[in-house]
Design a binder for this molecule. Structure first.
Ligand code: GKE
Length: 343
């Protein structure tokens, strides 16, 4: 059993949105022993920090997970092949193959004596039959069973949650699992097919404003409901849950549910325009309604994600606006979305 370097923190998926933002937060609080891992080539990493140990490794491969985990004390497995509904609905096998990453990372964590392991699960584990109304059902942790997760992506997440539990129960590896509810914010994917609704809607409003097209294409009827969690709350929640005694998977999401039409209202308000809405009922829609029931996180951590959507969306809109103009200028510093892989 390898020896863990007491301080070494390994973050997988570090070239992506949440992983990159988590590495940035660790640095901001003075952590230096950080190993950032992603399979993307470095020039496609959303955020890249020279003073961090950066590894571009495909973590589907067992031997690469061994390299990534060597000497680690804490491992944050934030790596997955994922995206919004536009991606997960059309890439179910790819999404399920992320099981290789989590399984190999757990085995490597055990082999190399890591002490703590954080796994990023998702609201997509929840039973689809409980999300068949536009009146956003507040999903409690127990609503994942009996199981009827989101096809592909949701089942991988549910299976990997259970793998984490069994590694804790059978081998004593401290595992913590959070179910993320639609994370958004600066440094997130905003074009290319993997983007989620907040970024997509901001991009479309910006495009309509800059190009004067005055109309916006919305997937579904716009009545679908969701809660969206700002990235800073996600980072804080990861820390609180990793440092807690919470053994079972727990919701990490905002409890401020809105319809997609209301999300568009907010983006228009930020842009100072009103657009003609074109609804595409054949586009990927996912569940009708979803919200995060935060009773458990409130009870156990006396906190819940609380950045109002209007506040987070404003920052996200302006970040995407600058990215959009930079892309128009052909500026290489634009976050580049590779449609091939992102884990
Ligand atoms: N992506 C996207 N792009 N969604 C749109 C758009 C658009 O231009 N216009 C309307 N929507 C609608 C979708 O049809 C869906 O009903 C809703 O916004 C949210 O779509 P989403 O953000 O892509 O993803 P979901 O919340 O449905 O599902 C996501 O849940 C996350 C966990 O909360 C999953 O795709 C994963 O990203 C993750 O599990």
């Amino acid at each position: 059993m390898g020896e863990a370097n007491r301080n070494l923190i390994v973050v997988t998926g570090a070239g992506g949105f949440i992983g990159g933002s988590y590495v940035a937060a660790l640095r901001a609080r003075g952590c230096t022993a950080i190993r950032a891992v992603d399979c993307k080539p470095f020039d496609e990493w959303y955020q890249h920090f020279d003073e961090v140990e950066n590894l571009s490794l495909d973590l589907n491969l067992k031997e690469n997970c061994e390299v990534a985990a060597r000497g680690a004390h804490d491992i944050y497995n934030l790596a997955a092949n994922m995206g919004g509904m536009g991606f997960i609905e059309h890439n179910k096998a790819l999404c399920m193959l992320s099981v290789l990453i989590n399984t190999h990372m757990l085995q490597a964590a055990l082999k190399h004596g890591a002490k703590r392991f954080f796994y990023s699960s998702s609201a997509c584990v929840y039973n689809a039959d409980k999300q068949k109304t536009f009146v956003a059902p507040s999903l409690k942790e127990e609503d994942a069973y009996p199981a009827m997760a989101e096809d592909g992506y949701g089942w991988e997440k549910l299976f990997s949650e259970r793998m984490c539990r069994h590694f804790r129960e059978d081998y004593g590896l401290l595992t913590r699992v959070a179910r993320f509810h639609n994370v958004y914010g600066p440094w997130g994917t905003w074009y290319g097919g993997r983007e989620k609704a907040p970024a997509a809607i901001c991009r479309k409003v910006i495009e309509a404003k800059l190009k004067g097209t005055r109309e916006i294409a919305i997937w579904g009827s716009g009545k679908q409901t969701r809660s969206f969690m700002y990235i800073d709350d996600c980072v804080k929640g990861i820390d609180l849950i990793m440092n807690s005694d919470i053994l079972e998977p727990i919701n990490l999401g905002s409890s401020e549910a809105v319809s997609i039409n209301q999300l568009v209202d907010m983006a228009e308000e930020i842009a100072g325009i009103k657009l003609q809405r074109k609804y595409d009922l054949s586009a990927p829609k996912g569940v009708d309604g979803r919200n995060s029931d935060n009773t458990m996180i409130q009870r156990l951590l006396h906190w819940e994600p609380n950045t109002p959507l209007r506040v987070g969306l404003d920052k996200t809109y302006h970040w995407i606006h600058d990215q959009y103009l930079a892309r128009e200028r052909g500026d290489s510093r634009v976050v580049r979305e590779s449609l091939t892989t992102s884990h």
